[in-house]
Design a protein around this ligand. Structure first.
Ligand code: HEC
Ligand code: HEC
Ligand code: HEC
Ligand code: HEC
Length: 128
């Protein structure tokens, strides 16, 4: 009987931990790229499991994507995490909407092409 009580306690404890971890994750974890600057989207949000992606791709430095520039050069030990790409890469007067699209494609697709890993076809990133 004692053993059974212990098992029950263990199960309760474990479930508690799992719920805590999962709710923590669902608050923090980015699962899509959905820049608020695209008001009239042509395509659905791009699936992007932020943490899982970066682990799989073995990217350690946040500023590989969340970069900061000074005098036209990327700053090594600073990052713009928490800022949307469009906060800096804005649609300026005269810009076509494609310019913000381009910086996303340059960064995402560019690295996939360089590393010969990760999706490069439209439909792989933009599911119907
Ligand atoms: C492969 C590129 C890439 C890397 C590497 C990366 N991020 Fe991100 N991150 C993104 C993209 C894309 C978004 C979504 C941008 C948006 O639409 O807000 C994002 C969003 C975020 C957000 C905003 C979350 C929210 O709720 O809006 C934070 C915070 C963040 N990243 C932190 C980090 C940290 C910390 C690291 C390093 C451990 C990191 N990122 C590495 C691409 C990256
Ligand atoms: C704090 C401002 C800032 C933020 C936030 C930012 N960028 Fe940039 N980015 C710049 C600046 C400045 C340059 C260099 C000048 C230029 O080319 O516009 C640049 C250059 C680039 C380039 C061309 C050079 C390269 O690194 O390949 C790409 C692509 C790019 N950014 C993509 C992104 C993406 C994608 C995000 C969001 C994950 C992002 N940027 C967030 C400021 C920013
Ligand atoms: C610095 C390099 C780099 C950048 C930047 C990058 N990726 Fe990747 N990505 C990879 C690599 C490497 C893989 C393959 C990982 C593997 O399969 O081991 C990958 C795999 C993927 C996959 C398939 C695996 C998964 O996580 O579902 C998707 C989807 C993806 N990337 C989307 C994106 C998007 C969207 C962006 C831009 C916001 C982006 N990536 C930016 C390197 C990068
Ligand atoms: C590696 C992943 C990747 C690939 C491959 C890719 N895209 Fe994207 N694309 C993105 C990301 C990330 C965004 C930004 C999405 C957002 O913030 O809503 C984007 C944005 C867009 C947008 C603007 C947002 C919208 O829905 O209107 C268009 C249009 C688009 N892509 C078309 C294409 C086309 C066409 C192709 C093939 C030639 C393609 N993309 C290939 C990742 C990708």
């Amino acid at each position: 009987m004692k053993k059974r009580t212990m098992i029950i306690y263990a199960v309760i404890l474990l479930t508690g931990c799992m719920i805590a971890v999962m709710s923590g994750y669902s608050q923090e974890d980015v699962t899509t790229v959905e820049d608020s600057a695209f008001e009239n989207k042509m395509r659905p949000a791009v699936p992007f499991l932020h943490d899982q992606h970066n682990e799989m791709a073995e990217i350690d430095d946040c500023n590989v994507c969340h970069h900061v520039y000074e005098d036209g050069k990327p700053v090594e030990d600073d990052s713009s995490e928490g800022q949307e790409c469009s906060e800096c890469h804005t649609f300026n007067k005269g810009d076509t909407p494609m310019s913000l699209v381009n910086i996303y494609h340059l960064q995402c697709k560019g690295c996939h092409q360089k590393k010969k890993a990760g999706p490069i076809m439209c439909s792989e990133c933009h599911p119907r």
